[in-house]
Ligand binder design. Structure first.
Ligand code: NAD
Ligand code: IPM
Ligand code: MN
Length: 357
């Protein structure tokens, strides 16, 4: 039996999470495995109920679980809180850091049926199958932060700090992941300006000696943003600093049709965290418009990575593929000649496809 902490969070979180649970329940029937789902409050929802974004109870639940499935946190209601109390920092970043989840795996894959859903040309996005590996507990997000008054106004700073150990462990995972895929690793940096990037690049060069079977290339982050949109098929695994990974993964989501398609896994500690790449989408919350596939695909990553249930993970991915091939679409991926469904209907369709598949 596996214990899964379920944290719906804010905005569309409570709409998309139940769809992933449905699909996981179909897996339990098919494989005779048992999951125990335990819900916890996190983010703005927890601030409203307990006055804190990550209540002790929720943290304990996460620590005692084998995996965590999270929707999203944050929204306009909590935007005026001081930074250390906000859902994003006090809950999400604290959870990632507290659980030691230094590696964030964000695969961006285009399901062939969605070639017409991207605003980019079909010829450009076709065949996209890359993986962004984002360093998650260091870099610009976690360096010293300060804001002070000066004689003339104010001064504020965030600091980008990395130790060679932090860089080495994420790069090592990059090489390992590339080895399981097409053996190409793009190390993304800004070594023409940043000293942390120099250390990053040198560490990558050193590690490359241990992985002669993996092709290593270095690319500046600005060029990388352009190359991702210009010719995404050139990429296999890309590894980068926390902030770079945040930005480039949203960008890469356009290659897969929509941000509503991108799953993620955060690993490195005892308990891994699975969540869609997108946020709480306040603009569509409560309207049954949200695409639940990123969350459903995150559940598939959970089966693959935390529970070593490769076939079950593939069952979910194949089920998503079939539902898309049958022409069902949420609003964000709707294209000519396809059928619009809402969040729940999409969840039901995937559940059914898993049961039948
Ligand atoms: P967002 O990802 O929530 O939304 C960006 C755009 O994408 C919106 O137009 C939204 O409607 C659309 N979108 C996102 N997910 C979708 C889905 N599943 N289906 C269809 N459309 C979808 O980013 P934002 O608007 O910049 O941020 C909103 C809030 O979410 C902020 O408070 C932000 O801090 C938070 N956020 C949380 C997480 C997280 O919890 N992991 C991630 C990113 C942003
Ligand atoms: C993400 C989000 C978070 C991040 C925010 C909500 C703190 O944008 O998971 O991509 O920047 O890591
Ligand atoms: Mn982000």
């Amino acid at each position: 039996m596996y214990k899964i902490a379920v944290l719906p969070g804010d905005g569309i979180g409570p709409e998309i999470i139940p769809q992933a649970i449905k699909v996981l329940k179909a897996i339990t029937k098919k494989y005779g495995v048992r999951f125990e789902f335990q819900e916890g409050l996190v983010g703005g929802a927890a601030i409203d109920a307990y006055g804190t974004a990550l209540p002790e109870e929720t943290l304990k639940l996460c620590q005692e679980s084998q995996a965590i499935l999270l929707g999203a946190v944050g929204g306009p209601k909590w935007d005026s809180l001081p930074p250390p109390q906000r859902p994003e920092t006090a809950a999400l970043l604290a959870l990632r850091k507290g659980l030691g989840l230094y590696a964030n795996i964000r695969p961006a894959y285009l399901f062939p049926a969605l070639a017409d859903s991207s605003p980019l040309k079909k010829e450009v996005v076709e065949g996209t199958d890359l993986l962004i590996l984002r360093e998650l507990t260091g870099g610009l997000y976690f360096g010293e932060k300060k804001r002070e008054r000066t004689a003339t106004g104010e001064v504020a700073w965030d600091t980008l700090i990395y130790t060679s150990e932090e860089i080495e462990r994420i790069l090592r995972l990059g090489f390992e992941l590339a080895r399981e895929r097409r053996r190409k690793l793009t190390s993304v940096d800004k070594a023409n300006v940043l000293i942390t990037s120099r250390l990053w690049r040198e560490t990558a060069e050193k590690l490359a000696q241990e992985y002669p079977d993996v092709e290593l290339e270095h690319m500046y982050v600005d060029n990388c943003a352009m190359q991702l949109i210009r010719r995404p098929r050139q990429f296999d695994v890309l590894v980068m600093e926390n902030t770079f990974g945040d930005i480039l993964s949203d960008l890469a989501s356009v290659l897969s049709g929509s941000i509503g398609m991108l799953p993620s896994a955060s690993i490195g500690g005892k308990t891994a965290l699975y969540e869609p790449v997108h946020g709480s989408a306040p603009d569509i919350a409560g309207q049954k418009k949200a695409n639940p596939l990123a969350t459903i695909l995150s559940a598939a990553l959970m089966l693959r990575i935390s529970f070593k249930m490769e076939q079950a993970a593939r069952d979910i991915e194949n089920a998503v593929n079939r539902v898309l091939e049958q022409g069902y679409r949420t609003l964000d991926i709707l294209s000519e000649g396809t059928t619009l469904v809402n969040t729940e209907e999409m969840g039901d369709l995937v559940r059914q496809a898993v049961e039948e598949g």
